[in-house]
Ligand binder design. Structure first.
Ligand SMILES: O=P(O)(O)OC[C@H]1O[C@H](OP(=O)(O)OP(=O)(O)O)[C@H](O)[C@@H]1O
Ligand SMILES: Nc1ncnc2[nH]cnc12
Length: 179
């Protein structure tokens, strides 16, 4: 059974804004302050569960590393499998990879070639959407290994960076910042 919200909670109140991290000029949205609150984290994962269950996924995919924090508890809660999109050198066996740009640098993600069964419905999760490079690369990798990507879900969307425009799957964000 899905969790009932104990009280009205504004999740934005639980996000800490840290200027000039990890580089000068970047305003970092820190979810540490959300996940350390049992009430707020229950509410956030409950809201995610309601949204994601409507997409009827077989499998959830989490993006290293903060995406694991959202995807893993939801996979258990929804009775889905869980697969990992990881940074280079972490996954054993045959992997497929893509490089992509970040708000504050460049990175590369890998997925195991046998991560999903052909045609499995997959929802991909991360903590935050900024430029969209990470999620777009994740969707592309999941498709390369045979997934049907039915949605993407984040806690936070930085709408001003227009990352949503890089995605061709439905995207849900619990918290939006316009800047
Ligand atoms: O929309 P984008 O511009 O691609 O940026 C979003 C990504 O940036 C952060 O990851 P980071 O690489 O900092 O990794 P972490 O989760 O390991 O801290 C965040 O967790 C997202 O994965
Ligand atoms: N501004 C930001 N805050 C937190 N995580 C991020 N990932 C990319 N941009 C970010």
């Amino acid at each position: 059974m899905l969790f009932q919200e104990p009280k009205a909670i504004d999740l934005k109140d639980y996000i800490r804004e840290v200027p000039d991290f990890p580089k000068p000029g970047i305003l970092f949205y820190d979810i540490s302050t959300l996940i350390r609150s049992a009430d707020a984290w229950q509410v956030a994962t409950g809201r995610l569960a309601r949204i994601i269950s409507a997409w009827q996924p077989d499998m959830l995919a989490g993006i290293e590393s903060r995406g694991f924090l959202t995807a893993a508890p939801l996979a258990m809660r929804l009775g889905c499998g869980f697969t990992m999109l990881r940074k280079p050198g972490k996954l054993p066996g045959k992997t497929i990879s893509l490089q992509y740009g970040l708000e504050y640098g460049e990175d590369e993600l890998h997925i195991q070639a046998d991560a999903v069964k052909p045609g499995q419905r997959v929802v991909v999760l991360d903590d935050l959407l900024a430029t969209g490079g990470t999620l777009a690369a994740s969707v592309a990798l999941l498709r390369k290994v045979g997934a049907e990507v039915v949605g993407a879900s984040v806690l936070i969307e930085l709408a001003g960076l227009k990352g949503r425009e890089k995605l061709d799957v439905p995207l849900n964000a619990l918290i939006t910042y316009d800047e």
